[in-house]
Design a protein around this ligand. Structure first.
Ligand code: COI
Length: 355
């Protein structure tokens, strides 16, 4: 395992965009990290280099059999102070995803140190406006040129950085409209639903396109066996506030173990909210709505942060949550969560890693 990092400087830095109008995932910084794997050297050739296109054989296995894993994390800046949020958790999850796709694991401490160096170099790219951050996208792809179906021998890990604002629309707290998918499924137990692999997202796109065409923001996936139990939304985990309790579907092998999900469970308990991780059916959700006990719904994810859900459409029924507005529990969690990330609030959990 390599322990050193080379830095190749670029001659001219890019012009920074107007940070006031940032959306999500369209602007990339000056530098990226690249690292290669082969069976003889393990991970090697770690280098920070100018952001650029990569060269890939048309026979690279990622292009044919989809060995591709990614992560999403963020860096925040207040004045000169820069923080990463739980970076070791992301590399731990990357290793779980890598293992599931028969790809080599990474050294978590080395990756966190390397990321710190990359983000330090790029700290002027971290936007500081309300709801803004530097989105960090580590990913691993199979690069071996071979058309036989087996685990590749050669891989590339890259980390690219993108200054971002809200994922949905112009504001993290704009309520989203959710469409419950009742034809396709996202994942099945024993499959790769728990892993952050590119194929899960590819398989979700047809339903997402249909939902978008019908005027909804995101798809809510049901379990792959009975199509009855709530699993997750396309880009986030999901939470319900029912009778004062913060409820989220329990992890079952087909739901992504979100780091924001885990953090919200810890934060909600810390703030005194009862929390439950349990199976919850879509019928339970509509029944709770009819009974008046469904108070709020929100999604959670690195990109989405905490995103209120304003309505849910399932077959021929549609429910509106909290008059289509962010609820009090959602706002409370959002304020504390982003306060910890931005450094305006104490971090009782030790989540933030300062550069
Ligand atoms: C994230 O929240 O970081 C994600 O990976 C979700 C999405 C942008 C794919």
């Amino acid at each position: 395992m390599i322990k050193q990092l080379e830095v190749v400087r670029r001659e001219h830095l890019k012009e920074k965009p107007d940070m006031a109008t940032l959306g999500f995932g369209t602007v990339f910084t000056d530098y990226m990290l690249s690292m290669d794997y082969n069976p003889e050297q393990g991970w090697h050739n770690a280098v920070i280099l100018p952001y650029q296109n990569i060269e890939l054989s048309p026979a690279a296995q990622v292009l044919h059999y989809g060995q591709a894993v990614f992560e999403g994390m963020k860096a925040y800046r207040t004045g000169d102070e820069v923080r990463l949020f739980r970076p070791e958790e992301n590399f731990r999850r990357m290793n779980q995803s890598n293992a599931r796709l028969n790809m080599p694991e990474v050294d978590i401490d080395f990756m966190v140190d390397t990321l710190k160096q990359l983000v330090t170099l790029e700290k002027d790219w971290i936007p500081t406006g309300e709801g803004q951050s530097l989105y960090i996208r580590p990913f691993v792809i199979a690069t071996e040129a071979y058309l036989g179906v087996r685990a590749a021998t050669h891989y590339k890990l890259l980390i690219i950085l993108s200054p971002v604002g809200a994922y949905y629309g112009s504001d993290h707290l704009l309520a989203t409209k959710i469409y419950v998918e009742d034809e396709y499924v996202r994942a099945v137990r024993g499959g790769v639903g728990f892993a952050k692999v590119a194929g899960n997202y590819a398989a979700s796109l047809m339903a997402q396109t249909r939902a978008t065409e019908l005027g909804y923001d995101q798809v809510l996936w049901l379990d792959g066996v009975e199509q009855r139990y709530v699993e997750e939304v396309g880009s986030m985990n999901i939470f319900f506030v029912i009778d004062g309790t913060v409820v989220t579907p329990e992890l079952n092998g087909s739901i992504l173990p979100g780091i924001t999900r885990k953090s919200i469970l810890e934060l909600a308990q810390h703030l005194g909210y009862p929390v439950e991780e349990r199976r919850i059916s879509i019928d339970d959700v509509f029944e709770a709505s009819q009974a008046g006990t469904l108070q709020e719904i929100f999604g959670s994810g690195t990109a989405a942060v905490i995103a209120p859900v304003g309505s849910v459409k399932y077959k021929d029924q549609e429910l509106v949550v909290n008059n289509g507005q962010a609820g009090l529990v959602t706002l409370d969690l959002y304020n504390h969560y982003t306060g910890i990330q931005n450094g305006t609030e104490k971090d009782p959990f030790g989540w933030c890693v300062k550069l």
